[in-house]
Design a binder for this molecule. Sequence first.
Ligand code: F6R
Length: 613
Amino acid sequence: MCGIAGVTGASDALQYLIDSLFRLEYRGYDSAGIALQTSDGIWRVRAATGTTSIKSVKKLADELGYPVAAGIGHTRWATHGRPSEDNAHPHLDCSGRIAVVHNGIIENHVLLSDELAAEGHELTSETDTEVVAHLIEDGMADGLSLTGAVRRCLERIRGHYALVVISSDEPELLVAARSVSPLVAGISKGMATLASDIPALLSHATEIFALEDGQLAEVWPGKLVVSSLAGDTVLPRSLQVNWTLEEAKREGFEDYMAKEMHEQPRAISDTLLGRMSPQGRIILDETRFDDDELREVEKVFVVACGSSYHAGLVAKYALEHWARLPVEIDIASEFRYRDPVLDSRTLVVGVSQSGETLDTLMAMREAAYWNSKLLVITNVVDSSMAREAHGVLYTRAGPEIGVAATKTHLTQMIALELLALYLAQLRGTLYPAEVAALIEQLNALPEKVQHVLEEESAVKEVALSVASVRDFFFIGRHVGFPVALEGALKLKEISYLRAEGYPAGELKHGPIALIEPGTVVVAVATRTRLWDKLMANIAEVKARGATVIAVANYGDQETAEAVDQVLWVPETNPLFAPVVDVVPLQLLAYHLAKAHGHDVDHPRNLAKTVTVE
Ligand code: F6R
């Protein structure tokens, strides 16, 4: 999730690119950079000064001293390689005549960079992007035009990308290509622009076009030509955009939380990318652990807070079932005060979207003191936990701006499921064919989550029907229990309504005393292991007058007949079900909060990153 911008035919390309990058800052800003087409070839400046990166780039670039017409720019959210000047985009080829900016993930970059290095190319960054510049360099050295060389490069790379490339051989031309990651082009008189997102283009373009997957664009001042990868010219899709800048940053959604919930299918597929081989094996080379170290593990502890803790609870079921490892899961703020029994054969997994939560960081330090192996699952490259852990598995949700965790929570569950399957593969507790079958089901999750998001208006109707209720219970069993906890947390934090999450079998041991006519019970009733027992628990609360809303699988009439309202979801493997089942609960919380008139992006009393104990 980076912001990219390109321009040709501008009166002052530097100023245009800087303005565009500021408009794209919500895509991340751990570093930034610009490459300009000057009379002496490509001139590149980069900076990795965090929130001031774009300002630093502007200051450095001003030293050029004269305006130029074309260039590209980038504001980065690190996925491969820590935030540093060397890893900041644009990346250059060996000759410095080609510059590339990229948003996305190039899955086969390790293989390609080994190959390029063996041929004598000098790669200077840890990024997945740099290989693109060198592959294009090879193409142009073979006599291809910039466009021809980009086309040949696209045949070699696999993954998700939005790319914009310039070469000093054709200074007026920008070449762009798209696979999954978004890319838009803007045309106005004598000028043309490219960007990852509409906000970058809003000020200058009179016409805006969206590139589709598998399309390549050639952009000259005032002119856009789009073709397929095979080289056939195609008509670009024109976009009618009447958004304000703020609306454009949210891609037309009312708030960031809505946008981020709708980004979940893409966030899941980005998190899966490159971590499964076509032969049906899990590949987690990037964790920095070698397999022998992981084979030594006898026990796993998961430590986390809030929504990350709920993702950790799901992991307990997956790790115990598939990898046959005993797992303890702890609220990070309690962990180090209870004298946990840790040693070098213990794997401690810290789960934290920010990678900075003090409670989780301190829990990991406690584990480090006892020589445990530390793995962190985080969304922020080079965060404190990522630096201190022995191994890291990054979620690739991109920046999350809404305070309530949505896409980071789903991608944490995905990363943890991958870890569980990897350990099962390593320990031989699953047959290769079983791992391959589970991988197929993992790959189907983005589409299933998409189906749930498409049911949003039905969820909104359910939310509105209970908008006057103040007391909610969320119940579930087995993996439905962490989903119930997460559903209750989402509702509490953004709508300020009372919501309790409970394992359904526990109700009869006390909480059922609170159930009375008018109480709403939300039951996670998809067909996971203890569905029939959960139905008995639903009958208990119905008998006491509760209104029951169930999350149920499409077509499950038996569940529908036992409850008052249904939030429908597609069926999946029971241990993957939380990834799908939690989505209608996010939507329910969202629409209840909106019905009460709350600002869902900035809930009261909460902060996105909690660095106090
Ligand atoms: C809930 C939420 C919080 C965080 C918790 C941990 O929507 O966002 O409960 O999950 O503060 O934060 P991280 O994951 O950054 O450690």
